[in-house]
Design a binder for this molecule. Structure first.
Ligand code: ATP
Ligand code: MG
Length: 358
């Protein structure tokens, strides 16, 4: 029996609902499988905690989390708490402290889902974006020089280290080498960002040439790449991007998939020195929080990525097949997909499909 210790941080808004949904599904899956068990410890950290305690989590939260095998996160952030507080108070310290330098975000049109891209069907679009998750444009270095209105000067620096750039690009190549068409596209902007991006390109080409000659590689400027995500998303296997570019591309990817509520992500520490963290791409969605109508698929898909990471790809696949079966049948759908079902009804339907398979 494999017992997995899972730190659960439901966070805010619909995160609480989608985490609850995914846990219910995982528990049923574990029962059905009989070979795996999840031992959860739930932490009530987030914006509600901040309102009471003046911080997003206790000061020693990283050392608390360190002992867990994996982390399941809902969504963090809520109106009334500034973004920099919710991000820097919890999410970013986890990603950086645990060297989760790979942010993996699949972009795939699931069976039964209508993409807003006309003429694109499930199977046409199926790739993975690897976003650098610890440095780059989000390095928080810079400052504001007050020389008096209207002469203020603001500087924001971008940091690309050799180590940070190499490790994420190498990870993306490894993944591309396993993809059917062995293709890797690098997002760049070396014509405009003329120090950092030529360096990124150089590393991209060096690693490709010396370590992965079998992988077909090319670089595309981020502006053109964004357009290509819409115009010809079928050419990609793996796309590797810096922190900022990856952030933008993956929101676009979520839209291409039909609903941001379905997009999953994994924050991975490939060396497994620290726990990895699995969270949907969507936020806390205050507009629908507490109504029980959030789409649970983003959270469930993220849990399926967690199963992959734990070495149980078979279970990860079983979960996604059940999800796609339900979407394809079309009877049970949350409002973001044009239906009238609740979060719980959707999870029940997915569980029923899983049960039928075991
Ligand atoms: P963040 O700043 O945390 O990224 P955000 O404000 O950009 O958050 P979301 O909280 O993801 O965005 O919400 C964007 C829109 O998508 C909202 O209208 C929300 O209701 C909708 N949405 C997000 N997630 C879901 C979901 N799981 N199910 C249904 N609708 C969702
Ligand atoms: Mg957002």
């Amino acid at each position: 029996m494999q017992t997995v210790s899972v730190a659960v941080i439901p966070g805010d808004g619909i995160g609480i609902e989608t985490v609850q949904a995914a846990r219910r599904l995982l528990d049923r899956l574990a029962e059905l499988d009989g070979g795996i068990k999840f031992a959860y410890t739930e932490f009530p950290w987030g914006c509600a905690y901040y309102t009471q305690h003046g911080e997003m989590a206790p000061k020693d939260f990283l050392s608390t989390l360190r002992s867990f095998e994996t982390i399941m996160l809902g969504a963090v952030g809520y109106p009334g708490v500034p973004d920099h507080v919710s991000l820097w108070g919890l999410l970013l310290p986890i990603r950086r402290g645990f060297e989760q330098y790979v942010n993996m975000r699949p972009v795939r049109i699931l069976r039964g889902v209508t993409s807003p891209l006309r003429g694109r069907n499930p199977g046409d679009v199926n790739f993975v974006v690897i976003r650098e998750n610890t440095e780059g444009e989000y390095s928080s270095m810079g400052g504001r020089l007050h020389t008096g209105f209207p002469h203020e000067v603001v500087v924001q620096n971008t940091v690309f280290t050799r180590l940070g750039t190499e490790r994420v690009i190498r990870y993306a190549y490894r993944l591309a080498a396993k993809a059917p068409r062995k293709r890797l596209c690098g997002a760049t902007k070396s014509n405009g960002i003329n120090w950092a991006m030529p360096f990124w390109d150089e590393v991209f080409n060096q690693i490709g040439e010396t370590e992965f000659p079998e992988v077909e590689r090319w670089l595309t400027h981020i502006d053109a790449l964004a357009a290509n995500f819409v115009l010809k998303p079928d050419v990609y296997d793996v796309v590797v991007a810096s922190n900022l570019f990856g952030d933008i591309l993956t929101d676009l990817g979520g839209a291409v998939m039909g609903s941001i509520g379905m997009a999953p992500s994994a924050n991975i520490n490939p060396e497994r020195k620290y726990p990895s963290m699995f969270e949907p791409v969507h936020g806390s969605a205050p507009d629908i929080a507490g109504k029980g109508i959030a789409n649970p698929v983003g959270q469930i898909w993220s849990s399926s990525m967690m199963l992959d990471h734990l070495g149980r790809q078979d279970l990860g696949e079983a979960v996604m097949t059940a999800v796609e079966d339900v979407l394809e049948e079309g009877r049970v759908r949350t409002p973001d997909l044009g239906g009238r079902s609740t979060t719980n009804e959707m999870v029940d339907a997915i569980i029923a499909r899983l049960e039928a398979r075991f």
